[in-house]
Design a protein around this ligand. Structure first.
Ligand SMILES: NC(=O)c1ccc[n+]([C@@H]2O[C@H](COP(=O)([O-])OP(=O)(O)OC[C@H]3O[C@@H](n4cnc5c(N)ncnc54)[C@H](OP(=O)(O)O)[C@@H]3O)[C@@H](O)[C@H]2O)c1
Length: 252
């Protein structure tokens, strides 16, 4: 296992959901965590919990200037891109182009800018960039507008960046994670409520039919594993409650 204690981690979307759990786990692993989110109060709350090992940065993770400034300032050994917009949960005809494309304007834009900055810097050999795609990239997500396509593109961007790292001999690892849908975060709870309503069942019944519920702590454990265990050599991993990390295969 790679020892990451004493190194710097940067996590976007650190204020809540998966990003918060990842920031907590990587702080507990002894890394200095820089947490990015738009809600300053939530980040300050996490700082109060984690102490001096956590540096809050209130900023828009999809802003290219933010990506450039924070990569230059912190040069993270582990970069986790967990920020993501909550898509408008409506079927296709009820979307406008603006609502449909929001996950592209936030999630894809973010991963594009940060992956590019990581390659340009370049981050040190041995650095790891972990981008949040979604199981929806494989299964689709008919109530989320452009979300599934955006998440598939994030998987491609991580794979393309990995190829550029390899071609340039940079030694930076890029990997995407594809968590299964879970009601355990704000984003996931809204999606699950939408799909349950569409099927005409209650949320509890819908969730029970999906099998074991993925928790943010399991996602954080998976991300920590990807950052520390050299056995994970793949480009993309499904993250599941029942079977943990599953190699999703090359994305191109
Ligand atoms: N939950 C699921 O079922 C599921 C499944 C597969 C993939 N995912 C993906 O996992 C990631 C985390 O989702 P989650 O479920 O943890 O969602 P969540 O609980 O809604 O949290 C989203 C996080 O992203 C941050 N964020 C959103 N826009 C931002 C921006 N422009 N700049 C900086 N931070 C921003 C939010 O913080 P602020 O509001 O403070 O900015 C929040 O911390 C997302 O990429 C999501 O698509 C989730």
């Amino acid at each position: 296992m790679r020892d990451i204690s004493g190194t710097t981690t940067l996590v976007t979307g650190a204020g809540r959901g998966f990003g918060r759990a990842v920031a907590t786990a990587l702080a507990q692993a002894g890394t200095q965590v820089v947490g990015v989110g738009r809600d300053r109060a939530r980040l300050d709350q996490l700082r109060a919990e984690l102490g001096g090992g956590f540096t809050p940065v209130a900023a828009d993770a999809a802003d290219p200037v933010v990506a450039g400034q924070l990569i230059d300032a912190y040069r993270p050994r582990t970069l986790v891109l967990a920020a993501g917009t909550s898509p408008l949960g409506r079927p296709l005809p009820q979307h406008t182009w603006e609502t449909f494309s929001r996950p592209w304007e936030v999630d894809v834009r973010q991963v594009f800018h940060w992956a590019r900055e990581a390659l340009l810097a370049p981050l040190d050999p041995g650095s790891v960039v972990i981008a949040f795609s979604s199981g929806a990239a494989v299964k689709g997500s008919p109530l989320s507008g452009g979300y599934a396509g955006a998440k598939a593109t994030i998987r491609f961007i991580a794979s393309y960046a990995a190829q550029e790292s390899q071609r340039g001999g940079l030694g930076i690892r890029f990997v995407s994670v594809l968590p299964q849908l879970t009601p355990a975060t704000d984003l996931g709870a809204a999606a699950v409520a939408g799909y349950a309503a569409r099927q005409g069942v209650g949320v509890d019944e819908y969730v029970a039919a999906q099998g074991p519920v993925l928790t943010p702590e399991q996602v954080a454990k998976a991300v920590t594993g990807l950052a520390t265990d050299p056995a994970y050599e793949g480009d993309a991993y499904l993250v599941t409650a029942a079977r943990g990390l599953i190699d999703a295969g090359g994305a191109g």
